[in-house]
Design a protein. Structure first.
Length: 213
């Protein structure tokens, strides 16, 4: 796979935490491969005690190339610590960063919508994109949607409610630097709520997309 892109196209570092996820992981990997925004690298921190997930990831790595899919060994301290280890890994660089869950499927336009929405604002300001999600059962049959948020997101809301689901989050470099400077995140147990709290609380902009991605 040729991963070369013009330098003007923003690069998205996708951050995925895995734990015995081989049952649905291939569907998620295929949906990432099919993104309209093709300038991305997938970074996976694997916490799995069993070898199945790692074998599946390595099969995709052989197909995509090691520059497209990078695999790390997780700390086995829970999913929040697993995701935050990727946020804190200074070897991972991008213009934007996207959390990815192992059992989701992204719509093809997911990264395109996120990057376009965030690119409308100054890169020096911490920015966080979050979106509505379509819900499915174990067979992939649609069962509904996550709650449609009628009010704009912000710090006051973040204090009492998390409307920013980690599996939809995309954030810019300024937001990542805020997260890296914070000593917390791992110990909150909910990395996505912490991201919403911290980025909205430090004067960042939170963009909510009502279209499921």
């Amino acid at each position: 796979m040729d991963t070369r892109m013009p330098p003007s196209i923003p690069h998205v570092a996708i951050l995925m935490g895995t734990y015995n996820g081989e049952a649905y992981l291939s569907e998620q990997l295929d949906s990432i491969e099919g993104q309209q925004h093709a300038h991305w690298t997938l970074h996976v921190s694997d916490d799995s005690p069993l070898p199945g997930t790692r074998r599946l990831l390595e099969a995709y790595q052989r197909r995509w190339g090691e520059q497209r899919l990078k695999i790390y060994s997780g700390k086995q301290q829970g999913f929040a610590a697993n995701f935050m280890s990727l946020v804190r890994n200074s070897a991972i660089q991008g213009d934007y960063y996207a959390f990815a869950d192992q059992d989701d499927r992204w719509h093809p336009e997911k990264l395109t919508r996120a990057v376009e929405r965030l690119a409308a604002y100054p890169p020096s300001q911490p920015q966080l994109y979050t979106a509505r999600a379509q819900l499915v059962d174990e067979q992939g049959t649609p069962t509904g949607y996550s709650t449609l948020q009628a009010r704009p997101p912000g710090f006051n809301n973040a204090l009492v409610q998390n409307i920013a689901s980690g599996n939809t989050m995309v954030f810019n470099q300024a937001a990542r630097e805020c997260l890296q400077r914070s000593p917390h995140g791992e110990d909150t147990g909910l990395h996505d709520w912490w991201c919403y709290l911290l980025i909205s609380g430090c004067g960042g902009r939170v963009v909510y997309d009502s279209t499921p991605v």
